[in-house]
Write a protein that binds this ligand. Structure first.
Ligand SMILES: Nc1ncnc2c1ncn2[C@@H]1O[C@H](COP(=O)(O)OP(=O)(O)OP(=O)(O)O)[C@@H](O)[C@H]1O
Length: 271
């Protein structure tokens, strides 16, 4: 395989931060409402996401999280401000720089698991054998080798999201954007997927920006959390999650975890 392998990724301590991988600068979004009035959904948002960091954006329902992620992905235009990946302004749909995983299952039902993962690769200059190598590599990464020839309808919800994550990772995005990827899963599968995602991140150290309204999920997965205020959505607080990088699910019961959860919930309740 020509592309880098997962083993080549090594974690970077927050203290050794490089230039941000993704920045959002002075971004606002308004929608026209009746007459000549406007509804401001996002106001003057500034974010920096650093290489190999897992960052979550939390906020109450309706505060503009999906709108912000869709703007970063290029699916919705901002009213003002800009989004930069590696210092370059980005426009247009998600591509090789920004991979996207949505809450709903977005696999192509007529394609097998392997074909779904390969989907984006056909648009890259890559030979068939390179594509095959890459697909089997990412099938292995998400633990679905035995399901390569299955169709999405034969998979559970958690497995479908693993395929969606593998498809996004196969394009080697600079940043992986995730919009409530486990929102549709039952509580037990959700925890299994959180464990899976954290393990995957510790192997790949891919740069992730994920939105969720589940505070526990955000703390468990992230190194840093941005808390959004509501109406309009503004960055209310930035919290560094000072927990060990290797986390078991039981950490959710640890006093230091509960203290961070209390802090974040209090910030959200003040809305
Ligand atoms: N196309 C649109 N036109 C007008 N208002 C919109 C449009 N899209 C979103 N909004 C408004 O923007 C606000 C933020 O919506 P958004 O879906 O981004 O919030 P959210 O934080 O992701 O919510 P949730 O957690 O419930 O998914 C809402 O008040 C919504 O009604």
């Amino acid at each position: 395989m020509n592309s880098r392998t997962l083993q080549e990724f090594t974690p970077v301590k927050l203290a050794d931060r490089q230039a941000p991988k993704l920045s959002v600068e002075n971004l606002s979004k308004s929608y026209p409402v009746r007459g000549d009035r406007h509804l401001t959904v996002l106001e003057n948002i500034n974010l920096e996401i650093f290489p190999r960091e897992f960052t979550c954006l939390v906020g109450a329902s309706g505060c503009g999280k999906s709108t912000l992620l869709n703007i970063i992905a290029g699916l919705t235009p901002p009213s003002t401000g800009k989004v930069l990946v590696d210092g370059r302004s980005v426009t247009g749909k998600p591509g090789s720089d920004r991979g996207m995983v949505f809450q709903g299952y977005t696999l192509y039902p007529w394609l097998t698991v392997a074909q779904n993962i390969a989907f984006g690769l056909q648009f890259q200059h890559m030979s068939k054998s390179e594509q095959r190598d890459k697909v089997s590599y990412f099938l292995n990464v998400v633990g679905l080798e035995k399901f390569a020839n299955s169709y999405p309808k034969q998979l559970s919800g958690g497995m479908k999201q693993r395929v969606a994550i593998a498809r996004a990772l196969a394009n080697e995005p600079a940043v992986l954007l995730m919009d409530e990827p486990f929102g549709a899963l039952d509580a037990q599968t959700k925890e299994q997927m959180q464990e899976f995602l954290l393990e995957l991140w510790s192997k790949t150290h891919v740069t992730v920006l994920m939105i969720t309204h589940d505070v526990e999920e955000a703390i468990y997965l992230s190194q840093r959390i941005y808390v959004l205020s509501c109406r309009p959505g503004r960055v209310k607080s930035e919290i560094t999650i000072d927990l060990p990088e290797h986390r078991e699910l039981d950490i959710k019961l640890a006093p230091e975890f509960v203290a961070i959860k209390r802090q974040v919930l209090q910030l959200m309740r003040q809305e």
